[in-house]
Design a protein around this ligand. Structure first.
Ligand code: 13P
Ligand code: SF4
Length: 334
């Protein structure tokens, strides 16, 4: 069994502290103890596994998580999500320790926009401002004018003059959806999310025939033909809130399956059917989000590793467009 010293040496390669955890240990109790002892807060995204959501202090979509990171007075932020989310928390909290249970929890959408390539593209369109989806690296944020999330993208675009030329990156599906909603003609970077891009319209249509009363609810990272059959489109928080106030009893949920945990918890009498992808799986998990486990969460709190660190110049440059997003969101009460 690896001890802490060899696990630390291997941390960069493994991405997490690869130490066996006693299976008899009550991890829920241990994590609660560590939270109190270390004045730590766990922020979790809805795509995390149910056990992690159940120990989290706050569960949210990307906007909610950024706002929670901005207002916390904890000394340690443990981010149960993916790298760009933990990085955003660090950008907002340079003096706090920000931990991510598995450093390899990345994001295909973020990977689809390498800053050096994007800079060349941006420099070819100097009359455009750059609105960037939060699912991107700090390097991309530093090249942007305003950050947005799926819950505030439309409002942010609408807050700009109609003749303002805009580059939207990195998600072409969200960008196309916002273009359609707002009548704008934003220039779209060609990026996409590997999870939301593979939902099968054919399988969703078949599910709809078998469950005629079910409403289709979808995340705007999905492709246009899938969004075209949706009764409601929104961020993860938007989808969750919709299922709470809407009176249907069945929903076909077209986003990562982790969200079903809160949907089912908040609406035990309703049925939630995960939309299938166009492969042999019945549901669609994000392989990056699911790298985090309760064991890795416990180990990262115990040893305060892996930690997110960042060059200060980059942090300051990346913070400006996030601050603009938070200001505009506050103006609209989002
Ligand atoms: P939201 O939770 O902000 O809707 O984002 C979804 C997502 O894909 C996060 O990676
Ligand atoms: Fe990235 Fe898609 Fe996974 Fe979200 S679901 S973290 S956008 S790969």
């Amino acid at each position: 069994m690896a001890d802490i010293n060899s696990a630390k040496l291997n941390l960069e390669k493994a991405g997490f502290l690869d130490i066996d955890v006693d299976p008899e240990k009550d991890l829920f109790a241990e994590i609660e103890r560590l939270k109190k002892e270390k004045n730590a807060i766990i922020l979790a995204h809805y795509y995390q596994e149910p056990d992690i959501q159940d120990v989290a202090d706050f569960i949210g979509d990307s906007l909610g998580l950024a706002q929670a990171a901005e207002r916390t007075d904890a000394d340690i932020i443990v981010f149960a999500g993916v790298h760009f989310m933990a990085e955003t928390a660090k950008i907002l909290n340079p003096s706090k320790k920000v931990l991510l249970p598995d450093l390899k929890a990345g994001c295909s959408l973020s990977d689809s926009a390498p800053p050096a390539l994007f800079k060349q593209f941006r420099d070819k369109h100097p009359d455009h401002i750059v609105i960037t989806y939060i699912n991107c690296s700090a390097g991309m944020k530093a090249l942007s004018d305003i950050i947005c999330t799926s819950s505030n993208a439309q409002k942010i675009i609408e807050s700009l003059p109609v003749d303002q030329k805009i580059i939207f990156a990195p998600d072409k599906n969200l960008g196309a959806y916002i273009n359609k909603q707002t009548g704008r003609d934003m220039l779209l970077w060609n990026g996409a999310c590997m999870v939301h891009e593979i939902f099968s319209l054919e399988k969703i249509t078949k599910l709809k025939i078998r469950h005629p009363k079910a409403k289709v609810i979808a995340h705007p990272e999905c492709e246009a033909p899938v969004l075209a059959v949706a009764d409601y489109i929104g961020s993860t928080t938007g989808l969750l809130k919709f299922t709470q106030k809407d009176d249907a009893q069945e929903y076909i949920v077209v986003t990562e399956t982790g969200i079903l945990h809160q949907m089912q918890k908040n609406n035990p009498q309703k049925t939630f059917i995960p939309a299938p992808p166009n492969n042999s799986c019945a549901c669609n998990d994000c392989p990056h989000m699911k790298l985090n486990t309760l064991e890795k969460l416990y180990l990262c709190m115990q040893y305060e590793l892996p930690e997110i660190t960042m060059n200060e110049e980059l942090r300051i440059a990346a913070k400006k467009p996030i601050d603009r997003m938070l200001q505009i969101s506050a103006q609209y009460g989002l």
